[in-house]
Design a protein around this ligand. Structure first.
Ligand code: AMP
Ligand code: MN
Ligand code: MN
Ligand code: MN
Length: 297
């Protein structure tokens, strides 16, 4: 795999998590596909937040470029006071239950954004809703990322990370608690649409070891089958930690850059460290859902 040398060169380059302008990425599905292919990705999925609107475009572009493709989505779910992200791979992007679920989640976003605007205004930052909206390629999917880009552009913070440290997170100005899907709904919609539910970037949730164990048990009971091990959201220590979690839980391992924007994301498309050889891979379980390029094998 590019940039990581032997013995990893023989591994297939898989990137199953990223975002386009249909959610909070800055590149169109087509431009993302080109970047993935240029970076050596062989099996790719687009996983926009709560949106399937980019999947057909991404698939078309990916197959034209000779990549193998899995459909995808990243669903926001509330779990106690925490927000979890559940990636669905191999879903039918037209399935009525999944589409209705995504529409229902998106509906609350504008109201939340207006409340975020009010909260920021109380902290002396005005006009943030209008500012964030300028960055939203899809007005139905206004996200904290768009607020972050606006606050960087207007000089309130130096980079998005600083924004999330000082604003938009629990206890800070601009944070508004929000009710997303339930974990059960997110997993059920994905399963009904023929896909596999994968717990995204588990290292990012502020859970104790016991709480994480309870989450993993509940996720498996609901029918969740995978867990992200290698992701742009994990540190190298977390790659090792969650590889071990995959072994202990029997969840299949997934990997994805979580790429959002050039110069913003820690890991570029296709530039992930290799997955441990011994782990069962989500793409092996999803073999019959993979779309293959027209010309190449
Ligand atoms: P939302 O779905 O509107 O709550 O926005 C969540 C998005 O914010 C995530 O998908 C990330 O893209 C972004 N995000 C969250 N925390 C951070 C962070 N610390 N630095 C940069 N982006 C972040
Ligand atoms: Mn995002
Ligand atoms: Mn996420
Ligand atoms: Mn993501």
């Amino acid at each position: 795999m590019k940039g990581h040398g032997p013995p990893y060169n023989e591994q297939v380059n898989v990137d199953l998590h990223c975002h386009s302008t249909i959610s909070d990425g800055t590149l169109t599905p087509e431009t993302l596909a080109q970047r993935a292919q240029a970076n050596g990705v062989e099996l790719w999925a687009l996983t926009d937040h709560d949106e399937l609107g980019g999947v057909a475009r991404a698939q078309e572009a990916a197959l034209d470029l000779g990549m193998h493709f899995l459909t995808g989505v990243e669903i926001s779910a509330s779990y106690g006071a925490n927000t979890l992200h559940i990636v669905g791979l191999g879903v039918d992007p037209t399935h009525p239950d999944l589409c209705a679920g995504m529409t229902s989640i998106r509906t609350g976003r504008e109201r939340r954004a207006r409340l975020m605007n009010e909260s920021l205004a109380q902290a002396g930052i005005t006009g943030a809703f209008e500012g964030a909206l300028k960055y939203a390629g899809n007005p139905n999917l206004i996200s904290r990322t768009h607020f972050a880009r606006h606050l960087v552009k207007t000089g309130v913070c130096r980079d998005p990370n600083e924004v999330f440290r000082r604003y938009l997170t629990p206890g800070k100005p601009g944070f508004v608690p929000h009710q997303w899907a339930t974990l059960a709904d997110a997993v059920t919609w994905i399963r009904r649409a023929g896909g596999m539910a994968i717990l995204a970037h588990p290292g990012r949730y502020p859970l104790t070891a016991n709480q994480e164990y309870a989450l993993l048990s509940e996720f498996k009971t609901l029918g969740g089958l995978g867990i992200e091990v290698i992701t742009g959201s994990h540190s190298p220590a977390e790659f090792i930690q969650y590889a071990q979690v995959a072994r202990e839980t029997g969840l299949a391992a997934s990997c994805g850059s979580d790429f959002h924007a050039p110069g913003e994301s820690r890991i570029d498309l296709g530039d992930l460290p290799a997955m441990p050889d011994d782990l069962p891979k989500v793409w092996d379980l999803l073999a019959d859902r993979i779309h293959h390029p027209r010309l190449a094998g």
